[in-house]
Design a binder for this molecule. Sequence first.
Ligand code: GTP
Ligand code: MG
Length: 234
Amino acid sequence: KNRIEARKDELIRRSLLSEEFLEMIQKNKRPFDLLMSYYQCAVMEIETKFRVLNQEYSLEYDKNPIEGIKTRIKSYDSIVRKIRRKNIPMSLTAIEENIKDIAGVRVICSFPEDIYELADSFLRQDDIVLIEKKDYIENPKPSGYRSLHLIVQVPIFLQKNKKMVNVEVQFRTIAMDFWASLEHKLRYKKDIPADQAQQLQEELLACAAQSAQLDNRMQEIRNQLVSRADKGNQ
Ligand code: GTP
Ligand code: MG
């Protein structure tokens, strides 16, 4: 019974907050839509940058370091959830300043070393400002999650001025993405008893370790093939 009550409270709190949020958006409809369109533009800019880099790599080095690019703009629901979780004031400027992953770009790479090469090339571009870097490949999360995260600012050129927009860029290998996607799905499976949850977490952690090993082995194979090709060319 207590659980049902708590659930009800939770729902009320959520819908109240959403109402407050919707009201704020309705009052600021134009500015809110505008802000969201800036994030959309920023994501397009960043995606193009990686397409260009991939093209250059494929012509100059005969390799395609990028397996795929995914982009997304954070949904209203996730924005509301984050406002609540982080106690962010209900205003557009507060949202813009405090939620730095409204615009997201995920770059899926072939090999771990490609991640650092690409990230370096990207950060060397003189219109990109690095705000934050989290290397969960060097230091995986306790869950086992691995990826390189960057928060950057990219300029959007408007009719009269230029606006710097925050974008979160996540770099992963195929193996890292595979693990993260499935772990994400499993994490939202409900009603797992506490004693089993612990065991599941350990199992997922072990899978993460295996996928990291696989990445290293594939990287090793590529390094051997490249050094053989280099010798052949000499
Ligand atoms: P947020 O406030 O949630 O953004 O936390 P944070 O600022 O510490 O961000 P962090 O660098 O931890 O990255 C958050 C994002 O990374 C999430 O939106 C996920 O896409 C991804 N992520 C982080 N940890 C995990 C994890 O354990 N599993 C999976 N599948 N994804 C994760
Ligand atoms: Mg984040």
